[in-house]
Design a protein around this ligand. Structure first.
Ligand code: 13P
Length: 337
């Protein structure tokens, strides 16, 4: 398969991405929040439970793994990438090493991980990864983002993407404009437009084959503490408009992050976007929290009751699959799986 085929298979109609690439630090927080000890065994158990579910075959085109997980072996003796592949889904890997304070504007961040990346990519590819993820983080406030933060993050994303394509894998380009703050939806639109523009400028300079990439953007939303709430229709219209104006047509797939939306909001908004999607972009999900929250809760009740955990995960994945086709409804969502 060439890079374009891989990208299209991951985002195939009715499928999306399970972002299970939380770093150990983030996983510690997630498991602690439901009173589960975060150790290697428990992290593997939770993730293996999701990767062995029925939802994988039908709704999950790709799974983003963390370094620890791509090296693990399941309880049935299968390597984790093989378990994912056996369910007709594609394994991928997060390759950045995190957002670090940006010198000169150190309340903002620049994502690191370029040093030694070429060698790490070779290893991940040998372990079975067919695609990768790098997340840049952009903060909105009265002063932020600075041009410095937008440019340095876009530059790093492009250098990352070039190395990934050189290693024959599909880079997911994730420039996340955070939901935190009081800003309104139009400010999110404006900042996201600038960020996307800068990213595609840099990607062009670095001669990236855009047909072999996936964009993982935020939706256009008001800040979490904004007084003016927006309707689902407004969110969908502004998100689609922003992407149409700033993402080149050659990009095959756009897979949104959930970024702190509830499970229901994330499904509802993706559905509304797909209802009015008049582009050739495959618009789908690449959710972490919005796919795993309910499953994690079930896991905390009884981590060995795989049936119950998989039942809620299957339902969430199915709902987002429907949203990726514009066929989701609130009634279906509320039907207990
Ligand atoms: P959320 O969907 O929880 O925002 O996570 C997606 C992700 O991969 C962030 O990098």
């Amino acid at each position: 398969m060439n890079l374009n085929d891989i990208a299209k298979k991951i985002c195939e109609k009715g499928k999306g991405i399970l972002a299970a690439d939380e770093s150990t630090g983030t996983m510690n927080k997630r498991l602690k929040s439901v009173n589960i000890e975060s150790n290697e065994k428990n992290r593997l158990n939770f993730r293996e439970t999701l990767f062995s579910s029925n939802a994988m075959k039908d709704y999950i085109g790709g799974v983003i793994l963390f370094d620890e997980t791509i090296r693990q072996v399941s309880s049935t003796g299968k390597k984790i990438p093989d378990l994912i592949t056996s369910n007709n889904s594609i394994p991928g890997i997060k390759v950045d090493t995190g957002a670090k304070p940006l010198a000169g504007s150190n309340l903002e961040t620049v994502t690191e991980g370029l040093d030694g990346l070429r060698d790490r990519l070779k290893e991940y590819n040998a372990l079975g990864a067919k695609f990768t993820k790098w997340r840049a983080v952009i903060k909105i406030s009265e002063k932020f983002p600075t041009k410095q933060a937008v440019k340095s993050n876009a530059h790093a994303l492009a250098r990352y993407a070039a190395l990934v394509q050189e290693s024959n894998m599909v880079p997911i380009i994730e420039p996340e404009v955070l939901m935190d703050g009081e800003h309104d939806i139009d400010r999110c639109y404006e900042v996201t437009s600038d960020v996307l523009n800068e990213c595609y400028n840099e990607l062009r300079i670095h001669k990236i084959d855009l047909t072999g990439t996936i964009l993982k953007p935020n939706m256009i939303l008001p800040g979490a503490n904004c007084k003016n709430k927006s309707s689902t229709e407004e969110i969908a219209t502004k998100t689609l408009d922003c992407l149409k104006k700033n993402v080149p047509d050659e990009v095959p797939g756009i897979a949104f992050l959930s970024g702190g939306q509830t499970e229901m909001e994330a499904s509802k908004n993706l559905n509304a976007i797909n209802k009015i999607n008049d582009t050739n972009f495959l618009m789908t999900f690449s959710y972490g929290r919005a796919l795993q929250q309910s499953a994690l809760k079930k896991f905390s009740f009884d981590m060995n009751n795989r049936n119950d955990i998989q039942k809620v995960f299957n339902h969430r994945a199915k709902m987002n699959s429907l949203s990726s086709k514009g066929q989701w409804t609130e009634v279906l969502d509320k039907e207990v799986a």
